[in-house]
Design a protein around this ligand. Structure first.
Ligand SMILES: Nc1ncnc2c1ncn2[C@@H]1O[C@H](COP(=O)(O)OP(=O)(O)OP(=O)(O)O)[C@@H](O)[C@H]1O
Ligand SMILES: [Mg+2]
Length: 455
């Protein structure tokens, strides 16, 4: 069972049916069958030899049904096929319930936990050490490398209270204060924070959305939005102690510069006074994050430890994929695993995405040939429209650079000046279409595939 992944519903349903089946077997063996044998031993034994095993019996279903129909009036013969039909029905139902609910064992697009999360053992330990100290941590990686999943795993491991906010969703300083307050409200008891909220210089309004049921927090418009932030940050600090420090995770932290030019300085001034909070600041814009934390002029210069997250190690990902492919692809599983990792270069998100589609192809379309190619075709078909939209917004130089990268071709062809190519790469990297690991490459390999196919 180790390598087979069923959903929770299936587990309960199949366990229930399994026991029901054993129960019916026992009833028959302990009660009905001996009684039948007593009444007409020679006839029954010749029809159902004692050596019949369970599977052999169930495969004889058709024979039993006709036997049942012919002898429906005779109680001796009625009992035997009835039991067998019951068992067969339960067996077949169990089988279909399992098949219908067999979950795809790959997950992409949102935070992964538990059985979907693999490796990152050292990184998890490293973050845990930071959380057990008085220091803050800055975590940088290109998009969808697994920052949020990793941090969540570490925070849950140290079992500390935490709040999380994505700065990409914040529109102003007042909005930042309101969203933070909402998170505090959602994770703390009202009695713990009430007194201090009542002393805020600008009283917030906290309401429940009638449609969604979600908590909504707002502040009255004010001239000095800084006081909102000061009050909310003071609340987080005062609601905790040295032995019960709060973890505050701020995602896409580089957006701080887009929210307000004042924010960086204000925030740093507030944060450096705090003693009961560990900050984890995540970012996917490498150059901006480096500038915020490594530039001597920046308010956040050397604010905390800097950690750069890499792709997942190949051996770990191999094991993860192979064990999940095996129930569907059997002997082909190891080879398909290598094909996926060669293609995605161990990018966490795209590996899970490609593996997801390949599993679908094997499981439901029952294809065992050209599985990877079929899955890639399905992915690019699914994204065709959105790729088209993205493509229409590039300028000519960017289009050229993207096409060269997609074809794994040389960039220095003399067609464009080196400085022009370099600016295009930086621009595309900033927008998240290109990443730099040991070389420049397209962030989304399927977009590259689409480009090669369509242009
Ligand atoms: N440790 C892991 N094991 C398996 N898959 C992973 C792991 N980490 C990430 N992934 C895959 O990558 C996807 C993105 O993960 P996550 O959202 O944590 O990344 P992120 O860096 O926070 O992304 P974003 O830049 O969009 O915020 C997950 O949905 C999952 O498919
Ligand atoms: Mg994230």
């Amino acid at each position: 069972m180790k390598a087979i992944y069923f959903g929770k519903t299936t587990n309960y349903a199949s366990i229930f049916l399994f026991f029901a089946e054993i129960f019916v077997q026992l009833i028959f063996l302990l009660y009905l069958r001996p009684a039948t044998l007593r009444r007409n031993p020679s006839k029954v034994q010749s029809q159902y030899p004692a050596t019949d095993n369970y599977f052999a019996q169930t495969t004889k279903l058709c024979k039993h049904i006709s036997f049942f129909c012919r002898n429906i009036c005779t109680i001796d013969f009625f009992v035997v096929p009835l039991h067998r039909i019951l068992i067969t029905i339960i067996f077949v139902t169990t089988f279909f319930v399992i098949i219908m609910h067999m979950e795809n064992p790959f997950k992409f697009g949102s935070i992964v936990e538990d059985e979907f999360f693999t490796d990152r053992v050292q990184e998890t330990e490293y973050i845990c050490h930071y959380l057990q100290s008085r220091n803050h941590l800055v975590l940088i990686s290109p998009r969808r490398f697994g920052k949020s999943s990793l941090v969540l795993k570490a925070v849950k491991k140290v079992d500390r209270p935490y709040i999380q906010l994505n700065l990409q969703k914040v529109t102003s300083i007042a909005d930042f204060a309101a969203k933070l307050l909402r998170e505090i409200y959602n994770t703390h008891t009202w009695t713990k924070i009430k007194d201090q909220v009542m002393r805020f210089r600008v009283i917030p309004t906290i309401t429940t959305n009638q449609v969604t049921g979600a908590i909504e927090v707002g502040f009255q418009p004010t001239q000095d939005q800084r006081v909102l932030l000061e009050d909310v940050f003071a609340l987080m600090e005062n609601a905790h102690t040295e032995s019960d420090r709060l973890v505050v995770i701020l995602d896409e932290f580089q957006e701080i510069r887009a929210i307000s030019p004042l924010l960086e300085k204000t925030l740093r001034a507030i944060m450096q006074e705090q003693k009961h909070i560990n900050y984890i600041l995540l970012g996917s814009q490498e150059s901006m994050m480096t500038d915020i934390f490594e530039n001597v002029q920046s308010p956040f210069y050397h604010f905390g430890g800097l950690m750069r997250l890499k792709k997942l190690p190949r051996e770990e990902f191999e094991e993860y994929l192979r064990t999940r492919f095996e129930p569907v692809f059997h002997a082909q599983a190891a080879d398909l695993t290598q094909q996926v990792l060669d293609y995605t270069q161990c990018h966490p998100y795209y590996t899970q995405e490609l593996a997801f589609y390949m599993w679908q192809v094997g499981m439901w379309e029952k294809k065992k040939e050209n599985v990877k190619q079929t899955a890639i075709r399905e992915i690019i078909d699914a994204y065709d429209l959105s790729y088209e939209r993205i493509w229409m917004n590039f300028n000519r130089t960017d289009m050229w650079v993207l096409q060269r990268l997609a074809a794994h071709a040389e960039l220095q062809t003399g067609e464009y000046r080196t400085s022009t190519i370099y600016s295009a790469l930086k621009r595309l990297q900033h927008a998240g279409h290109v990443i730099y690991t040991d070389r420049f490459e397209l962030e989304d390999p399927f977009f590259g595939e689409w480009l090669v196919a369509k242009h």
